[in-house]
Design a protein around this ligand. Structure first.
Ligand code: GZL
Length: 323
């Protein structure tokens, strides 16, 4: 191949590449984000990472905080539709009650992408859902406890997430699947702590009080680390040693749970990435570029961390991510 041809081929490749990159360019797009609120450290990190991902792509992000109320999310979505945004990101606080407003977005030909929670609605109402396998998260947490207690009798108290939310439903299911067949492990009390530290502490105090100071509680399973951190405080206030007298297992892998694990006050957490927006923006870019339909569910990893996994280092790696 002579030099002229080589240059022409190189130019062609470069053009193809740059047009591919340009085709993925979503700078200038206006995207509405209906966020649940800031109930947990993980949620705050998701918001912070979403803003960073938007800025990196030149996206004009319109942010709406719903203070954990579905009616505020529905109002925000209607506002985005009226504004004529190019796309909507929705972290749905609960799993039901979305059909009407998402049908309005569909009617307006505005693609919707779900972040970190699922909904019970026809799948054609959203382009894709970027989330973890929440049943697997519960199963991983349950399998850790099965391993940790062996044949020992173990009464577990459960701090559930927000009532009616997909993580609360799925993480409960997964944990129960893992302990099924291990008759020595029983969930003796289960109540929502709404994914917050304060409620997690309050409910754990009630669990301790109702069992004569926690004498027969072997473990607490919290659907997120923030409720676990609240529970740890309640266990200490009751004069018991969290992580030893009462095992602590939860989900999210926020910095503060690694501090607790390093101190021996918590035992295990299952990681949930706060970066759901990156894959969401990439799916929208491909969809806008050439109509590429993404997978309906883009599933993020769920990894178990315990004291054997350098908790101090994991804290350092996460502490500046906006939790
Ligand atoms: C799970 C996410 C949950 C987190 C909590 O995907 O929706 O909501 O586990 C947050 O910390 O409140």
């Amino acid at each position: 191949m002579n030099i002229i041809t080589k240059l022409a081929v190189a130019a062609g490749l470069a053009t193809a590449l740059s047009s591919a990159v340009l085709a993925q360019d979503i700078s200038g797009k206006v995207i509405g984000f209906s966020q649940i609120g800031s109930e947990s450290g993980w949620r705050a990190a998701e918001t912070s990472v979403t803003r960073q991902e938007a800025e990196a792509r030149g996206v004009d992000l319109k942010f709406a905080d719903a203070q954990q109320k579905q009616e505020n999310q529905i109002k925000a979505i209607r506002g985005f539709i009226a504004q004529g945004v190019d796309a909507i990101l929705l972290a749905p606080v609960v799993a039901t009650g979305w059909e009407d407003v998402l049908a309005e977005a569909q009617e307006a030909e505005i693609p919707v992408v779900l972040l970190d929670r699922g909904i019970e609605a026809p799948e054609d109402l959203y382009l894709t859902a970027v989330m973890s396998d929440q049943v697997l998260e519960g199963r991983v947490a349950g399998e850790w406890l099965v391993e940790a207690v062996g044949d020992e009798e173990c009464n577990v108290v459960e701090l559930q997430g927000t009532v009616g939310s997909s993580p609360a439903i799925n993480r409960k299911q997964g944990f129960e699947e893992a302990i099924a067949g291990h008759d020595n492990i029983t969930i003796t009390q289960s109540q929502t702590g709404d994914f917050t530290r304060s409620k997690g502490k309050e409910v754990m105090e009630a669990f301790l009080k109702s069992t004569n100071g926690g004498e027969d509680i072997c473990a607490v399973y919290a659907h997120n680390d923030d409720m676990a951190v609240g529970a740890i405080q309640a266990i200490k206030d009751a004069g018991l040693k969290p992580g030893t007298d009462i095992k602590v297992v939860s989900i999210d892998a926020v910095p503060d749970i690694f501090t607790a694990i390093a101190a021996g006050e918590a035992n295990a957490t299952v990681e949930l990435t706060p970066n759901m927006a990156g894959p969401a923006f990439d799916a929208l870019a491909a969809y806008w570029a050439d109509g590429t339909e993404p997978e309906k569910f883009i599933i993020t990893e769920s990894k178990l961390y315990t004291a054997e996994d350098d908790p101090e280092g994991e804290y350092e790696r996460r502490k500046d991510l906006g939790y």
